[in-house]
Each structure stands twice: as C-alpha cells, then as structure tokens.
Design a protein around this ligand. Sequence first.
Ligand code: ADP
Ligand code: MG
Length: 323
Amino acid sequence: QNVANQISAGEVVERPASIVKELIENSIDAGAKNIEVRVKEGGKKFIKVKDDGHGILPEDIKAAFNRYATSKIKDIDDLYSLYSLGFRGEALASIASVAEVEMLSRHKSKENGVKIRLKGGEVIENKPAASTIGTEVKVRDLFYNTPARYKYLKTTSTEFSHIIRIVNAEAVANNEISFKLYHNNKQLLSTPGNGKLKDCIYALYGEEIADNLLAIDIEDRYIKLSGYIARPEKTRAGRSHELFFANGRPIHNNLAAKAVENAYSKLIDPGRKPIVFLFIKINPILVDVNVHPTKKEVKFSRSQIIYDVISKGVRKTLKAADP
Ligand code: ADP
Ligand code: MG
C-alpha cells in the first residue's frame, strides 16, 4: 500500500460526498443521460454510481486508476476553465487507495463489458463481464485502511446530507441529465433530465418552491446572472436552498452567498434563508485558478463588483415581484 497515494487521496476524498461528486462528474464527462447514485449508511459502507455514458475500453480500464491518467484535455483558458480544473486524473486513483473499488464498464463500440476490482490500490481482478453500455463504479468500506480518517466521518445522516447537497447541485447544474438517488435502497430523488431548470427544481424541492420561482436575468460587464430565486415561505436553518454555479459548475462561494443574503435581509423577515439557484457566467480570468481544484470554495477577483451585481440583481428581482 502506497502511503504517498493515501496521503494525497485525502485531498480528493474527504468524505463519502466527495467520492459521489467525483464519480458523478466522470459520468457527466462520459456523456451520460442517466445517472443513478445508490449509497448505504451515508456512503460510509457503500456507494454506487451508474451511468449510461460511452464507457471505457477494456484495454483502458486499468490505466484509469493510475494517478494523473486523464483522458481529458486540459485547457485552462477555455470558457469552462472551472470545469477543466476537475480533470486531473486523480480521482479514481485516490478513491482506490482508501477503499475497495469495483468498476464495471462497457464501451459503446463493444459487445461485452469488463470488470476490474481494486483493494488498497492494487488490482485484484480484471476480466470480461456482461454489462450494458456505460459504467458502474462501486465503492465499499471507505477508509478501511486508515482508521484515523474513518473516525473523522460524521453520523450517517450528516454524511448523507452532504451527499444530497452534491446530487442536488449536480442535478440542477446538469438538468439535461436524469439523476436518481437511493439511500439504503429507498429512492429519495429523481429528476426528469429534460433540460428544463424549473422542472428539475420541482422534482428536487417540491411544488411550493417551484411554483414561486422568480427568474433572475442580469447582465453586467463582468458577469451574467441567470436562474431562479424565491421568497421563502418558512424559516430554514442553514444554506440548504442556496445553490451557486460558476460557468455551469456547482461552486461554494461565500461572497455570492453573502451578497444574496444581504439582498434578502432588506426585504424578507430575518431568519428566512434565501432560496436561490444562481448561475453565474463569468470570464474565467476573474476566477482564481490557484484555489485547490477539489476545494469547493471558489474565489473571484473584482469581488466588490461581483458582490454588488449579485446583491442588486437579487434585490431588484425580489422587489419587482412584490413592489
Ligand atoms: P479525470 O476525470 O480527471 O480524467 P479520474 O480519475 O476521475 O480522472 O478518471 C480517470 C479516467 O477514467 C477518465 O479520464 C476517463 O477516461 C475514465 N473514466 C472514469 N470514469 C468514467 C466513466 N464513468 N465513464 C467513462 N470513462 C470514465
Ligand atoms: Mg474525474
């Protein structure tokens, strides 16, 4: 067991939700139309992500678990720079070094699939197997070989709430893909994958929120805002209904969250947290690429301008609906 691999795995694999995120993003990159996520015990015992993407060739499956083996092009300057930052060829290698991993995949050009199993980063099985087109990854017993890290995991319900947040954000960001999430064999969510943001929000957050969405549409020199916000009808703890996306990718950004909360605080009962699905289109030059790619927090330069555009845009949208 390679200790260096285990240590750097910590940067990618912080908790079950980070595995779910990496696997979902691989499925998206593979052109999946349907992504199914199944977890047990908040993902601590078992995670499965299954897609109907293009799959992997039998001769490539082993290499997919090599560190820095990415089949994807890196181009920091393109519009999706945020996205390409995720392509580092590290996720599968990292996951395989801290858990037991099984991947079953059938490439779209093949009649048959292939199955590979790894434990402690070592391949213990690699053979042909029947499969539909696409890829399925199973991750068992996270951190079985690093008990100290296992101890850091939170309760099943806390770990699962992180997973829900990741799946919700990915489903909203990629609403042309249908997502399903199961916890302990119970289906918890299912999105239509029809490319309609509102339908996706309806499926995830329910009628009450979906029927009261206000479209936001603001364009400034530096950023363009789109998506929906809503007036909260009840008090909620935390930021569970505040989702932000930069150039199509889910992000955490404290500045944007504060800007929205500031706009809400002047118009809505204090304590009522915003409901916001905000898509920020921004020149990648203004996105700090030095932030570690697996860190969810993204930093913008020209932050005062961005804060003002968001805050004013949200306030204007709320006011217009309820003058
Ligand atoms: P990265 O996504 O940065 O390339 P990963 O470690 O996440 O690195 O994946 C390594 C490689 O394995 C990918 O570049 C891709 O070729 C292949 N791969 C992983 N997951 C899938 C999937 N669901 N479908 C098709 N190919 C996949
Ligand atoms: Mg990846």
